[in-house]
Design a protein around this ligand. Structure first.
Ligand code: ADP
Ligand code: MG
Length: 271
């Protein structure tokens, strides 16, 4: 249900109806989706989707194939424009009027499923190159501040468990380590919100466990939305879970709460 539709019955007249109510409702949120719908040839990939992510919050998104998880990320990052609905970033920025580059510059980073690191470059250089694209640091970096730059690269390598592998070519890393490196490259952009699509896919059990710890570390300083099918991984994250189904929210709560929901079992977990 649309958030505004929920508030109207409460009789908060000032909030209903006018366009100016959107920032009011979105204030204090990092990401606010309300009534978002996207159709492909008449098929609703997103159907009246509403969700709020708070600053510093990590959220897991689960749900069957075709539920709209990737489309939701496409809408947030400006790859796909919603037919209807509000997408508000940081309580005030209307993302539906922005293009992908602008949205990335606003501080929203996205990691796709397949790692896209520069295989022949070292791990260190991959982070270094990503840092060069940092919108804030770039002017300062011109021949200056090399210490700061090195410290940031080292810090990112520590966060992504790659400190000992800085001089290795990225192509020699395991699949899991490449995923971590790509997360590191995103961290170099210093995003406020990180969207991560199925990070544990193809990882060993040990890598999957480490990825959960790593993401929890990252979520100490920024918001993270993570889509994943691996329930052990979701359990290890220990965060609020949103279940998508047919383009809208079917259930939301702790993993135990949504796992106990018969509808969730029926459409997803019981399969
Ligand atoms: P999920 O990531 O949850 O598996 P998606 O967001 O990828 O789901 O897809 C939701 C639905 O929208 C699916 O039925 C998919 O086939 C459809 N869809 C997604 N993108 C497109 C597109 N560009 N054109 C047509 N249909 C699409
Ligand atoms: Mg998907």
């Amino acid at each position: 249900m649309r958030l505004r539709a929920m508030i109207k019955p409460l009789g908060i007249a000032a909030l209903s109806g006018s366009p100016s109510d959107v920032p009011t409702l979105a204030s204090g949120s990092l990401l606010y989706l309300d009534g978002v719908s996207v159709s492909f040839d008449g098929f609703k990939a997103l159907n009246d989707l509403s969700m709020i992510i708070k600053p510093g919050e990590m959220r897991s998104i689960i749900g069957p194939n075709g539920a709209g998880k990737t489309t939701m990320m496409d809408v947030i990052t400006g790859k796909t424009r919603p037919d209807t609905g509000d997408v508000i970033y940081d309580g005030r920025v209307d993302l539906t009027s922005k293009d992908e580059a602008t949205i990335a510059n606003l501080g929203i980073g996205r990691k796709f499923q397949k790692p896209t690191v520069f295989e022949s470059h070292t791990v260190w250089d991959n982070i270094f190159l990503a840092l060069k694209q940092d919108r804030r640091v770039f002017p300062v970096l011109f021949g200056l501040e090399r210490q700061t730059e090195r410290a940031r690269i080292q810090e990112i390598l520590e966060t992504t468990r790659l400190s000992d592998l800085g001089s290795r070519p990225a192509g020699s890393l395991s699949h899991g380590q490449k995923q971590w490196l790509e997360i590191g490259m995103l961290l170099a952009q210093d995003p406020q919100l990180l969207l991560i699509d199925e990070p544990a896919a193809g990882m060993t059990d040990a890598e999957t466990e480490e990825t959960a710890v790593l993401l929890k570390d990252i979520a100490k300083t920024r918001s993270v939305i993570v889509v994943e099918h691996d329930m052990d991984f979701i359990r290890a994250l220990d965060v609020r879970v949103t279940v998508l189904h047919e383009g809208s929210v079917l259930a939301e709560g702790t993993l135990d709460q949504v796992s106990a929901n018969p509808r969730v079992v029926e459409v997803y977990l019981g399969r």
